[in-house]
Write a new protein. Structure first.
Length: 505
């Protein structure tokens, strides 16, 4: 029995061989499992979310491009996505929340090629599954449409491509747009909508324009710089102006915020129009047109000739102003006083000056146009004849007792009579004034005396009544009021008498 037991305890060579190979098999399997598990743990991938779906024509929907790091330190990636342009339209791309915040190639849509390209990375490794971008598509035509990634890479921190497996694809179906279901009829009446309050804001009124440089629109001016001003009414948010030669022109130059003046310089001769229009929340209002007429050029050059006669001279001249026209001619002789002559006063282009002194003279003709521009011409002339003597300049012979003497004597006598009468009237006035003054003083004294007697009588009666036994309150009030009335009356009389005395001093 012991022998049998020993033999059983010692394994045979086959048994030892089988155990050795079994142990090797388990070890190799463990190593392979470790390698495979390590490879799977660090395999990154792209996916689409969702990767399938059905959408109607004209319907907008989104597909997210996801990165699953799966434990790899992925922080950089690129790729190209293709889509069926016959069935889909790529509308837009959103990068909100993307782990890639540094872009070498911004996500962009090539609508003609049907591709979307991107290349970027982040400052930190991706943890878990994150959406790199969100693409918005819209259904274009019925049928099956695919969205797939044609190429792509995902790089880990060491620069190795961690992307494994097939690139993602999404199977989409585009259907006809579904008709909206008709709601069942309701027995309840539809709710009554409260009418919305509509506020109609009127457009602004036409601006009122003024010009300090060209205040009258019907007058010609020679100033070539024009300034226009206006007020800015409440509510006006902007305005537009324009300056041209058209009366029916438009304001095109917009100013926001609005301005309150406009200046135009170096204006050439002609007729111009300034246009302005206000705008508020109600829209553009009516426009205003302001006309200005500019003529800064003098009349055309001209010459003058003069023919002398008997104390007269006829001067001939003629010119024109092609823009504003001739307003008047200013004609002067030598350096003396000038006279203004209207164009319609000329006779056959000439003007006759009368009452001239004999001798040689120079006649100056100044042509003035409607804008105030001037052009001058001179003409020499010799005047003949003899000027009559002015009788008022002849000396007057006088004698000692001529008419002037007697007229002077009569004037002095009349003056003495008037002075005497004035003295008598003044004396009579003063005498009358003194008489009135005395009478007034006497009347005042008598009035004071009479009022004093009356006051004494009334006070005596009041004193007697005040000692009356069983006097009622009403009677006492009457007595007090009577005393007050006497005091007030006395003050008024004294004041009036004093005023009369002041007047008569």
């Amino acid at each position: 029995m012991s022998e049998c037991t020993h033999q059983d305890a010692i394994p045979s060579s086959d048994t030892r061989r089988n155990g050795f190979f079994g142990t090797q098999t388990v070890f190799v399997a463990w190593v392979l499992l470790y390698v495979l598990s390590s490879s799977v743990a660090h395999a990154a991938s792209y996916t689409f979310s969702p990767n399938s779906g059905s959408h109607g024509i004209g319907e907008s929907f989104t597909v997210r491009v996801m990165v699953d790091a799966a434990g790899a330190a992925v922080n950089t990636g690129d790729g190209t996505i293709t889509y069926d342009t016959a069935k889909l339209t790529a509308v837009s791309i959103s990068k909100d929340g993307s782990p890639f915040n540094l872009w070498v190639t911004e996500p962009s849509i090539n609508a003609s090629a049907g591709t979307i390209s991107f290349a970027g990375g982040g400052t930190a490794a991706i943890s878990g599954s994150k959406a790199v971008m969100t693409i918005t598509f819209k259904g274009k035509a019925e049928g099956d449409a695919s969205v797939k990634m044609s190429k792509g890479t995902l790089l880990a921190g060491a620069g190795q491509n961690a992307l494994t497996g097939a690139l993602p694809a999404a199977a989409l179906t585009i259907t006809a747009a579904a008709a909206k279901p008709t709601p069942p009829p309701s027995s309840e009446p539809p709710p009554t909508k409260k009418p919305e309050r509509v506020v109609n804001i009127p457009t602004p009124e036409a601006p009122v324009v003024k010009s300090a440089t060209h205040p009258d629109q019907s007058v010609w001016y020679k100033e070539r710089t024009a300034k226009f001003t206006w007020d800015i009414p409440y509510g006006v948010t902007s305005l537009k102006v324009g300056f041209d030669e058209k009366q029916e022109g438009e304001a095109t130059e917009i100013h926001e915020p609005p301005i309150s003046d406009f200046t135009k310089s170096d204006i050439v001769d002609g007729v111009y129009h300034f246009h302005i229009q206000y705008m508020n929340r109600g829209g553009w209002g009516s426009s205003t047109t302001y006309k200005i007429s500019i003529d800064g050029t003098p009349p055309e050059e001209f010459s003058a000739s003069a023919t002398g006669g008997d104390l007269t001279a006829q001067v001939r001249f003629e010119t024109r102003d092609t823009l504003s026209g001739i307003a008047l001619y200013r004609i002067g002789v030598d350096d003396g006083r000038t006279r203004d002559v209207q164009p319609n006063e000329l006779v056959s282009g000439g003007y006759t000056i009368t009452n001239m002194d004999p001798g040689d003279h120079t006649i100056t003709v100044v042509a003035v146009d409607q804008a105030g521009n001037e052009r001058e011409a001179k003409a020499p002339v010799t005047v003949t004849g003899t000027k009559p003597v002015d009788p008022t300049t002849q000396p007057i012979e006088t004698s000692g007792f001529g008419p002037i003497y007697w007229v002077s004597l009569l004037f002095m006598a009349a003056l003495a009579i008037v002075i005497t009468m004035l003295i008598k009237e003044r004396r009579a006035f003063h005498e009358e004034k003194d008489h009135i003054k005395r009478e007034a003083m006497e009347a005042g004294d008598k009035l004071i005396n009479i009022f004093g007697v009356l006051r004494d009588e009334i006070e005596e009666k009041v004193l007697e009544l005040s000692h009356k036994p069983n006097m009622t309150d009403n009677e006492r009030n009457i007595l007090e009021a009577l005393k007050d009335a006497l005091d007030i009356s006395e003050e008024l009389i004294d004041k009036e008498i004093e005023d009369v005395r002041k007047l008569l001093k």
